[in-house]
Design a protein around this ligand. Structure first.
Ligand SMILES: C[S@@+](CC[C@H](N)C(=O)[O-])C[C@H]1O[C@@H](n2cnc3c(N)ncnc32)[C@H](O)[C@@H]1O
Length: 225
């Protein structure tokens, strides 16, 4: 335990971390520049670096929610050179642009498989591209559906033993913990709270939440017990 219980990292610490981190890949910077004016929600570069680290050694990844492909890009850069990512998003206006950014980063097309459909439809139709087992699942689409995405991953055996389930936005700007008020009937907040509690209480997972970006849940899958 650290000596000074009141200390939390401040801007100096964050600047120092940034100073020793590798430079942001040009394609990731290009995605950030394209997403910002249109408010397309993408993971920030700190979360991107964590995703790249978590993807190390993970050959098969499934992602729910592609957008411009920022999280996909960071994971692809962390994966083995022959790693595969299957990424799902029905918004083809966004995901067509994603392919261009991945090419800019030199990632061969065959490494990233795009499924242009709502995730629950694609899982429900047993789309063969979504057959497991996957070594990492990154969840970043409709907040109220996180629990159903997890069911689709577990029930159909899509998680390899030792796989990681990673989910973004689980703090939802402080609304999940109650640090900030959420409007009555805020279904995303309630769904995210239920999702986190469920995963944390499931003995098949080893779970934590990193207070990074908008909150990143990381859960290791021990396998069905
Ligand atoms: C937060 S963005 C994803 C950002 C991306 N992971 C990144 O960090 O670069 C959420 C995406 O989920 C997509 N989405 C919406 N409904 C979906 C569904 N039913 N299944 C899969 N993706 C969906 C949206 O089109 C949007 O692009």
């Amino acid at each position: 335990m650290k000596d000074d219980q009141d200390w939390i990292p401040d801007a100096t610490d964050l600047a120092w971390i940034e100073s020793i981190a590798g430079s942001v890949p040009e394609a990731a910077a290009a995605i950030e520049a394209a997403a910002a004016p249109l408010d397309v929600p993408i993971v920030d570069r700190h979360t991107g670096r964590v995703l790249a680290a978590l993807a190390t050694g993970r050959g098969r990844i499934v992602e729910i929610g592609t957008a411009y492909g920022n999280s996909t890009l960071w994971m692809a850069l962390g994966q083995p050179a022959d790693g595969i990512i299957v990424t799902v998003d029905p918004d083809t206006e966004r995901t067509k642009l994603a392919r261009g950014f991945w090419r800019q980063a030199g990632i061969p097309d065959e490494r990233i498989v795009q499924v242009s459909a709502p995730a629950l439809d694609a899982f429900g139709d047993a789309d063969p591209r979504l057959a497991g087992p996957f070594d990492l699942a990154f969840i970043d689409a409709i907040k109220g559906e996180y629990g159903a995405y997890l069911d689709a991953l577990i029930d159909a055996g899509r998680l390899a033993d030792g796989a990681l389930v990673v989910a973004d936005n689980v703090l939802w700007s402080g609304r999940v913990s109650g640090a900030r008020p959420s409007g009555g009937g805020d279904r995303s907040t309630e769904a995210l709270r239920a999702f986190c509690s469920r995963v944390a209480a499931d003995p098949r997972f080893q779970t934590t939440i990193l207070p990074l970006g908008d909150g990143l849940l990381v859960a290791g899958w021990r396998g069905a017990q």
